[in-house]
Structures are given as C-alpha cells and as structure tokens.
Design a protein around this ligand. Structure first.
Ligand code: GTP
Ligand code: MG
Length: 186
C-alpha cells in the first residue's frame, strides 16, 4: 500500500444533532477521537477539515473549507488541496464504529480515482479513497453548485467495494440525538 493521507470532514451544520457532531460522545469519548484512532492505523498525515475552533485541542493539522457552504463535496476539495499524498482517505465525523482494518480494503487497488464502500442498503461516499486527480472535476462541480456526492461519483470512474451486513455495522452514521442514545444504550 502506498502512503495515503486521511482527512476527516468536520464541517456542516449538525442541524439534526444540534451540537458539533464530531464531539458528541460514544463510550465517553468524542466521535472524532474514535475516527482518529482508526485513521492512525493508515497514515501519519491526518487533517481535520473544520471551520470551528472546537477541535483545537487535538494535535492534528486543521484546515478551513476553501469554498464555504459547499457541503461534503466542498470538504473533499479542501482535503485534496492539503493532502500530502496523491490519495486521500475521506471520512465523515459521524461514524464512530469505523475501524482501520476495514478501511485498508479501500487501498487494495491503487490506481483508481475514487473507491468508496457500499453495503446492501446504500453507498457511503464519505468513507472512501479519493485521488488528487479529481480536484479539477470537484472544482467544476462546486462552481456549478452540483454538490450531490452520488451524482459526482457517477460522473467519475469510481469503484465500489461492497461490505457484508456484519461488518457494515461499522458504517453506522449517527446524525440525531435519538441515534446517539441508541448507540450508547445498546
Ligand atoms: N468540511 C466540511 N464538511 C462538511 C460540510 N458539510 C457536511 N460536512 C461533513 O460531512 C459529513 C456528513 O455530513 P451530514 O451528516 O450530511 O451533514 P451535516 O451538515 O453535518 O448535518 P445535518 O445538518 O444534520 O445534515 C460530516 O462529517 C460533516 O461534518 C462542509 O460544508 N464542509
Ligand atoms: Mg451524516
């Protein structure tokens, strides 16, 4: 596996959670720290894409969105701009169950421009490896305000890796207080 960067997207509005999503607790530890633990298994180049000072306590590089209010697609553009390596693993900040061992599967085929996970229900564009080769297309999408990730992936030569139901529990995406309570009380 070649060296990769990892960027964790910590922007957006957290309107459904109503508090900074990356900092809510799972097992008493902020989501972001669970995700960093998984990221550390893959890379030393870890960047948080955030417009907030709430993550300042963490000893990792932080970058603000270059194009503001452009959603995750805009966050990926910023991530690829600052990533030290050609390929960058993009992770959302609301997937506290994710593990490094599963993420390594995204890097088995090194020459693709985008590789993202799927499970039997849906695709997970924010758990994927993206190449700097996509920067021009991302910039064009931002300029046209075409911000839907699925549409973007359809327009590039993306590869999809399907994960079985047992392991896809790691993709569990926590957007609301109800989902957070279910996660912590199980
Ligand atoms: N850097 C960056 N990340 C973003 C942006 N919008 C969303 N994200 C991240 O993308 C991931 C998925 O975000 P969503 O759950 O779809 O949206 P959200 O805006 O955080 O939350 P809602 O307001 O509840 O939809 C999370 O990791 C967010 O932090 C953005 O404009 N910039
Ligand atoms: Mg979400």
């Amino acid at each position: 596996m070649n060296d990769v960067s990892v960027a964790i997207l910590c922007g957006g509005r957290s309107s459904r959670m109503q508090s900074e999503k990356g900092l809510v607790l799972y097992n008493g530890i902020p989501f972001i720290e669970h995700i960093i633990a998984a990221a550390k298994e893959l890379s030393k180049d870890i960047i948080l894409i955030t417009n907030s000072t709430d993550y300042d306590y963490l000893p990792f590089e932080k970058r603000k969105d270059i194009e503001i209010d452009k959603g995750p697609l805009g966050g990926i553009y910023t991530a690829l701009t600052y990533a030290k390596h050609q390929n960058c693993l993009i992770l959302s900040c609301d997937i506290p169950l994710i593990k490094g061992s599963l993420l390594k599967l995204l890097f088995e085929n090194e020459n693709v421009t985008a590789t993202v996970f799927k499970d039997t229900d849906r695709t997970h564009p924010l758990i994927g490896c993206y190449s700097k080769k996509l920067m021009t297309k991302l910039k064009v999408a931002i300029e046209k305000h075409e911000l839907k990730m699925m549409r973007f992936l359809d327009s590039v030569d993306a590869e999809f890796i399907t994960i079985d139901d047992h392991r896809s529990e790691q993709f569990r995406n926590i957007n609301t207080v109800t989902a957070l309570n279910e996660l912590n009380n199980k």
